[in-house]
Design a protein around this ligand. Structure first.
Ligand SMILES: *[C@@H]1O[C@H](CO)[C@@H](O)[C@H](O)[C@H]1NC(C)=O
Length: 295
């Protein structure tokens, strides 16, 4: 299939997802606090849209009020337009603590007119170094797109507008730690990372173009499991929904999703730690060797 057809296909999926999303939106005030660079977090439209800005003094970060143990988290983001070199706009879940678990969407900015790189990473039990990078098949600054982290006991799946781009399976049986015990906060942020973000750190932030502003809306964790603390069980919104809506708890990639994921990997993936022979001259990490289609 030529590159054009998968583009068309992905766009059709995106449009369908956007139509479903259109009805839904609630205030981000309900779900998040600005915990860093407060004055650079500006809420609009009754809190339904928040803009996070990076200027010379500070970036900004939102943290979810709730902690979650498993969930599907969707967030719409519109990235910094024009000059964005040196900046990173992010959406991630993280436990904190010494042996932390973390799943990252990090958008590495670029000079005006050059493409962003989507940098993803997954930490389990304090260990990360599982980078995968992608270019996007659309202009992420022109409009909002939905970025999703699905985390259940079977796997972690990252989606863009409903299209799976990455999966990390639970390989605890093969000795690879998988996040199952520590609750996460959800974060959204923008910060300055000019030492490494753009073209390997060669291009620095152009402060004459500041402030750099990214916009967020439509956070959805309504079926995620809210952690109550201590010995209390988690409360999963999905339990109160029709079973189809809580099906994320058992979700894995079906045949069609595997096909789509592979097309994304073939056409848009620019780095995969599992294929980096310079870094792993002798043996790839365990999770790389286990056949990807198994389980
Ligand atoms: C920025 O643009 C250059 C040139 O097109 C490209 O090599 C690079 O991967 C882009 N992204 C980042 C984050 O450096």
């Amino acid at each position: 299939m030529p590159r054009g057809s998968i583009c068309w296909l992905l766009q059709a999926v995106a449009l369908a997802a956007a139509a479903v999303e259109a009805g839904r939106s609630r205030s981000l005030h309900r779900d998040f606090d600005a915990v860093w660079g407060k004055r650079n977090a500006r809420f609009f439209d009754d809190g339904r849209v928040v803009e996070l800005a990076l200027d010379r003094e500070t970036g900004s970060r939102l943290e979810s009020k709730d902690r979650y143990l498993f969930g599907r988290f969707d967030l719409d983001i519109r990235l910094v337009a024009g000059e964005s070199a040196g900046t990173i706009t992010s959406f991630y879940i993280c436990t904190g603590g010494a042996r932390h678990d973390e799943v990252d969407f990090e958008f590495l900015g670029n000079v005006s007119g050059e493409p962003y790189i989507l940098h993803t990473n997954i930490f389990s039990d304090g260990k990360g170094e599982r980078e995968q990078q992608f270019v996007l098949w659309f202009d992420p600054t022109a409009d909002f797109h939905t970025y999703s982290i699905l985390w259940n006991p079977l796997n972690i799946i990252l989606y863009i507008d409903g299209t799976p781009i990455r999966v990390f399976k639970n390989n605890e049986a093969n000795g690879v730690p998988f996040p199952t015990r520590q609750p996460v906060h959800v974060f959204a942020s923008i910060w300055n990372a000019e030492e490494w973000a753009t073209q390997g750190g060669r291009v620095k932030t152009d402060w004459s173009e500041a402030p750099f502003v990214a916009a967020y809306r439509r956070f959805d964790a309504t079926s995620a499991c809210v952690w109550q603390g201590g010995a209390s069980p988690t409360r999963c919104g999905g339990d109160h929904l029709p079973s189809s809506a809580s099906s994320w708890m058992a979700q894995r990639l079906d045949w069609w999703s595997w096909m789509t994921l592979n097309w994304v990997r073939m056409n848009y993936m620019t780095y995969d730690y599992c294929a980096d022979r310079k870094r792993y001259p002798h043996a790839f990490p365990t999770e790389c060797i286990i056949p990807i289609g198994r389980i």
